[in-house]
Design a binder for this molecule. Structure first.
Ligand code: NAD
Length: 341
């Protein structure tokens, strides 16, 4: 049987990406939904043939404990709500996938990891790019030192946000583009360098719209420093439509993905192999969810566990601290975890 997934929060990502991807998965399927909006429940029930028994709202959520049709709860809510629903899903005896960023504080992230562990269930973060061929090739090129040791990295990600939403409400988002888009740069640097940085320096950018960005940063530039002297220069914005870029450089050459982080159309180039880095663009979300289902079915560890989400939230906090203080902040105490190729 395919494992049953319940999507919690039927916003843009669930509707546009995850539900369609779940029509293509081999080891799991869309079995249930959690929504506070009755009209959405009616539409989804019909569109995806979801039985009444598998439709929940935020009050009835915990009754999932009695529903064997739901194996995996996938939390796709605004960032600050992740912690509550991950903990409740674990208490309902479910395996959990949680969207990025895992939480809006390292303390919450730690609490979430502990809750799923206590329930004896598996926990992963919606880090789809670990299952994406171009990013996997960048991991391999970087970690295996195809150009010698990676000495410098560059990553950018952001988009032009022009209308108010939970993304600019700190109570729900935990922060601005760093939490939402910059986290891809954090991830990209770590999975290509194959190391966790030892320190960070950072600077907020100018805020061109203090009304819209009154609660969160409009943009941020930061640099990670690694133990071997390598550096990574990263940029994130809510003020520019960026292509999304990940670049690694070593003494013998370089490789770059542009765009690097989107759902499709990813492309790369390199200084070797006639300059090409052409790989298939796949349904990333289907690959990510199928991998997690396979980990449950075969009792294997996931490549993107909750602890990795905790690591990244610790790094996001360090970047903010560096920008706020203007000082170099040590990241030596963050969780030491790398997805090894
Ligand atoms: P969205 O605004 O489109 O959807 C959010 C959903 O949460 C909506 O259905 C909304 O009704 C519901 N919700 C419940 N309580 C809410 C409240 N108090 N305030 C606002 N909304 C509330 O957002 P989204 O783009 O679907 O993002 C959801 C999560 O998914 C975020 O954590 C985001 O970072 C993540 N995400 C990940 C990717 C990825 O590629 N991995 C892409 C997009 C979003």
């Amino acid at each position: 049987r395919k494992l049953g997934v319940a999507l919690v929060g039927l916003g843009g990502y669930s509707a546009g990406q995850l539900a369609p991807a779940l029509q293509q998965t081999k080891f799991c399927r869309l079995a249930g939904i959690v929504t506070g909006t009755p009209a959405k429940a009616a539409k989804w029930k019909q569109q995806y043939s979801i039985p009444d028994a598998n439709v929940y709202d935020y009050k009835t959520f915990d009754r999932m404990i009695d529903n064997p049709a739901i194996d995996i709860v996938y939390v796709v809510l605004p960032n600050a709500m992740h912690a509550e629903y991950v903990v409740r899903a674990a208490q309902a005896g479910k395996h959990v996938i949680c969207e990025k960023p895992l939480a809006t504080s390292a303390a919450d992230a730690r609490r979430m990891v502990a809750a799923v562990q206590k329930a004896g269930k598996k926990f992963s973060v919606g880090y789809r790019l670990h299952f994406e061929p171009h990013n996997q090739e960048m991991m391999r090129l970087g970690q295996r030192e195809a150009y010698g040791p990676v000495r410098h990295l560059a990553a950018d990600n952001g988009f032009s946000l022009t209308t108010p939403s939970w993304r600019v409400d700190r109570a729900l988002s935990g922060g601005g583009p760093l939490m939402d888009m910059g986290i891809y740069c954090v991830q990209g640097c770590l999975y290509t360098k194959g190391q966790v940085p030892v320190s960070v320096t950072a600077k907020f950018t100018a805020n061109p719209d203090p009304k819209l960005f009154k609660d969160v940063e409009a943009g941020l530039d930061w640099q990670f420093q690694f133990a071997d002297g390598a550096t990574a220069d990263c940029r994130t914005r809510y003020t520019e439509n960026m292509e999304g870029r990940l670049r690694i450089e070593g003494p013998k050459g370089w490789a770059e993905l542009t765009p690097a982080f989107g759902y499709g159309g990813l492309a790369g180039k390199t200084s070797q192999n006639d300059g090409r880095l052409d790989l298939p663009n796949i349904n990333q979300q289907a690959a990510q969810m199928d991998d997690f289902a396979a980990c449950i079915l075969q009792n294997k560890p996931t490549r993107v566990p909750g602890e990795m989400g905790l690591r990244d939230v610790q790094l996001l906090e360090a970047i903010y601290r560096a920008a706020e203080t203007g000082q170099k902040v040590s990241t030596k105490d963050v969780v030491q975890l790398i997805d090894r190729t």
